[in-house]
Design a protein around this ligand. Structure first.
Ligand code: NAP
Length: 321
């Protein structure tokens, strides 16, 4: 019977270690293991990676991480001057030369520009290895006060533009029997949260749409990764939708809040991409904990969320809880 005791001790020891790893970490357990024992991000060297929303925030810092790994980059967004700044910084990392980084100004809401943009990237680099659908806008508003026009505008950018660009990039990947679509989703795409219904709905849509694509692409050697960050420092509040069409929050994020640094988030995103992970959760522990509770104990999550309400969640985000 002694060996049974040993097995039991090992089992409970393992559970306790995993629990402590979860409590003190800033990402899910699988991503933690991948960061320590998985493939090095250097496997991405010379890959052609197209990042939308590369002019600020997570997309900007992800560009730096990918440049450090030796990727050739296509940097997209609306503000060309900001993209040129990001390109200049990328060239200070690794062994990249000017022609390895292509600045492609693109407003994703101009759907007729998607085809020419894809053609331009393919004619320059002959292929697209990885598409990172990162560009997006958030929202601060109550559900019942939100104009339907805001819901529509949110879906156009956060969902339909992503579907459109992906549908145009996929044939090149399928022909080459190699490719990777990466989506910047959110932990908000995993659970209901108050105060940003249109945004949260748009991220749930991304999760659903791309969970389906992942299965269809399995036999074609094209991978799909959904990255789900919690609160991260960025410019997201500047351009953030409210409940009224055309209005933005126009605020900056406060330092000292429960938000992860942008470069740490970008580093973990790069590990997830290098290891072709299906879905990862990246967040400081408050939102990471809630994501786990929602996934494995949904009734408890609903009980907590109902009691926290809009005020509780915004306090949690701003580090006041
Ligand atoms: N920060 C967070 O707490 C957080 C958490 C979870 C998920 N996310 C997700 O992370 C992604 C990046 O957001 P971020 O936090 O890094 O915010 P950000 O700093 O505001 O970056 C948003 C990016 O999207 C681009 N963009 C916006 N509208 C566009 C359009 N019409 N066409 C092309 N590009 C457009 C912006 O570039 P231009 O203005 O130059 O066009 C910018 O580069 C978003 O999908 C967001 O939902 C963020």
């Amino acid at each position: 019977m002694e060996w049974l005791c040993i097995i039991e001790t090992l089992f409970f020891g393992y559970i306790i270690v995993q629990f402590l790893r979860l409590v003190f970490s800033d990402c899910d357990l699988q991503l933690q293991w991948a960061e320590k024992l998985g493939k090095s991000t250097k496997v991405l060297s010379r890959k052609v990676v197209w990042i939308t929303g590369a002019s600020s925030g997570i997309g900007e810092h992800l560009s730096y991480e990918l440049a450090k790994s030796g990727c050739r980059l296509v940097l997209s967004a609306r503000r060309e001057d900001e993209l040129q700044r990001v390109k200049k910084q990328c060239l200070t990392y690794g062994n990249l030369v000017d022609s390895d980084i292509f600045v492609l100004t693109l407003d994703l809401l101009k759907f007729d520009k998607h085809r020419p943009a894809v053609d331009e990237v393919i004619s320059r680099f002959k292929k697209i290895d990885i598409l990172v659908n990162n560009a997006g806008r958030s929202q601060r508003a109550e559900w019942e006060k939100t104009s339907l026009k805001v819901d529509r505008d949110m879906l156009e950018l956060n969902v339909l533009s992503v579907l459109s660009l992906t549908k145009l990039v996929l044939p090149n990947m399928i022909d080459r029997k190699e490719g990777h679509i990466v989506n910047m989703s959110s932990v908000a795409g995993k659970m209901g949260l108050p105060g940003a219904g249109s945004y949260i709905g748009s991220k749930h849509a991304i999760q659903g749409w791309f969970d389906c694509l992942r299965i269809e692409m399995f036999s074609k050697n094209v991978y799909v990764t959904n990255i789900c960050p919690g609160p991260v420092f960025s410019n997201l509040l500047q351009d953030c939708f409210t409940d009224k069409p055309g209005q933005t929050v126009g605020a900056s994020m406060k330092t000292g809040a429960n938000r992860m640094s942008t470069d740490r988030c970008a580093r973990l995103c790069t590990v997830a991409i290098a290891n072709k992970m299906d879905e990862v959760w990246i967040s400081k522990r408050h939102f990471l904990f809630l994501t786990y509770v929602n996934q494995y104990m949904p009734m408890l999550y609903k009980w907590i969320a109902n009691r926290m309400g809009i005020k509780g969640f915004s306090k949690l985000k701003e580090g006041k809880l």
